[in-house]
Design a protein around this ligand. Structure first.
Ligand code: SF4
Length: 443
């Protein structure tokens, strides 16, 4: 049932109550071009979309306006051959984009939480804006489709690897493009180095997916992803939700979206229909005894602002189950203090810190990958410091299609060679999978 009857009154009143308890820092005004943007404008999803930064020219113009003339040296990585002036930095970005597997797209919210006075060390910049000077040699075992998803696709846009669950790639667009995306073979526009295999939203393609699911009674669980469910129109979200709910053997499904992390404004904008469509599906599922959840993707505490807290509270009040999947990234969240703070912030927003993933072995972003030893040490330090049900599982998604395993469940791990071996007896029998630490960063 909708809390909001169409004029937004109910949700605005509820948000007003919540915001009274929260500092309302107009953080977007740190960006000179937005210093006169009112809270009402910034809180408009339409404004967020109109002011998103995508494509090289727009990004370079944005950076030219926000970067200092002299770029401070990195405090975190002494090996960095870093640019020292704004002009050098812009050239570095241009060259980085020439070889990056992912295109660039950034929301005003996420651009506003970055510290552009220190762009070399900033955890937001590192995730979204490539720099040629930070690129390090790819391990020879890396590939664009490291999880071999296309090998397990019975119909285009459906990965069916495990008997009872499937991954439905409904779209290949996202509100932002992450440099380290596992699906860089398909997601976003073509780049100079990667010609994508796109999964455009298409009812005809989706029909073949629904048919496969309907005709395969063993399937109980669907992940609707892409791409990002935030880039599905509200009607498309309803269509997918209703079709899945109508299939008797589907017991549960989740929509994957980074939207809450990178554009929480949409959740609160009562003029936009996306969240109402989501809540409708979630409510219908509950009435049928089926769980519909949102899986989101926060990687750093700086991504959370008072608007994020309001958006998360709005979802909580409307009984939406939200879980988070963090990707472990070197120089972003690979230390105990940052990861612990992120987990606590998520827990405080009633978002379950569900997974922390070891970075997949994807080409072109080796500067962000950590050795396996990092995730093992993080778990060792963090487990026990917060309630068990708010402690994430620390996971490796096995390259080559072995599925997700607890990071500490390896068969062998030789830190000198950086090779760990894994088995998934319940899924692939005696097959052995290997994960390779990045070259030169094995401890
Ligand atoms: S939001 Fe998800 S699917 Fe989209 S680029 Fe980022 S990691 Fe990839």
């Amino acid at each position: 049932m909708r809390k909001d009857d169409g004029d937004g009154t109910a949700s605005e009143a509820s948000n007003g109550r919540a915001s009274a308890d929260l500092g309302k820092d107009p953080y977007w005004r740190n960006i000179k071009a937005w210093e006169n943007v009112s809270e009402a404008e910034f809180m408009s999803h339409r404004w967020q979309v109109a002011n998103a930064v995508e494509r090289k020219g727009k990004l370079l113009n944005f950076l030219a306006a926000v970067l200092p003339a002299n770029i401070p040296a990195s405090r975190l990585d002494e090996r960095l051959k870093s640019p020292t002036t704004r002009e050098e930095f812009l050239l570095d970005v241009e060259e980085g984009m020439r070889v990056a597997p992912m295109a660039v797209r950034l929301t005003p919210h996420i651009l506003s939480v970055a510290d552009w006075s220190n762009p070399l060390d900033d955890p937001i910049r590192k995730q979204f804006v490539p720099l040629a000077s930070t690129i390090v040699e790819d391990h020879p075992q890396l590939s664009l489709d490291s999880l071999h998803e296309t090998d397990d696709s019975p119909v285009p846009g459906l990965v069916h690897r495990y008997p009872e669950k499937v991954l439905f790639l409904a779209t290949s667009n996202c509100p932002v493009y992450c440099r380290f995306c596992t699906r860089s073979y398909a997601v976003g526009s073509n780049t100079e180095s990667v010609l994508k295999t796109p999964m455009k939203p298409s009812k005809r393609r989706w029909e073949t997916v629904f048919e496969h699911i309907k005709n395969t009674p063993a399937i109980q669980d669907v992940v609707v992803s892409g791409g990002d469910s935030y880039h599905l129109a509200a009607d498309h979200l309803r269509l997918i939700g209703d079709r899945l709910l109508s299939i008797p053997h589907i017991k549960r499904f989740r929509f994957a979206t980074k939207g809450l992390a990178v554009n929480p404004i949409r959740i609160l904008d009562s003029r936009d229909g996306w969240v109402d469509a989501f809540v409708e599906i979630s409510d219908k599922g509950r009435a049928l005894g089926k769980q519909v959840a949102m899986h989101t993707h926060f990687n750093h505490p700086h991504e959370c602002t008072w608007i994020t807290e309001l958006a998360a509270r709005h979802l909580f009040e409307r009984c939406v189950t939200v879980r988070n999947q963090t990707v472990l990234l070197r120089g972003v969240n690979d230390d105990v203090a940052t990861m612990s703070t992120l987990i606590r912030k998520l827990a405080d927003m009633n978002i379950q810190p569900y997974y922390v993933y070891q970075s997949d072995m994807v080409q072109g972003v080796e500067d962000l990958r950590t050795p396996l030893s990092t995730i093992l040490e993080l778990e060792r330090q963090i487990r026990g410091t917060i309630a068990g049900f708010m402690t994430p599982s620390f996971i490796v998604d096995l390259p080559g299609g072995g599925g997700k395993r607890l990071a500490n469940s390896f068969e062998t791990y030789d830190q000198a060679s950086g090779v760990s071996t894994w088995m998934a007896p319940g899924v692939t029998g005696e097959e052995v999978f290997r994960y390779y630490d990045p070259i030169g960063r094995r401890t």
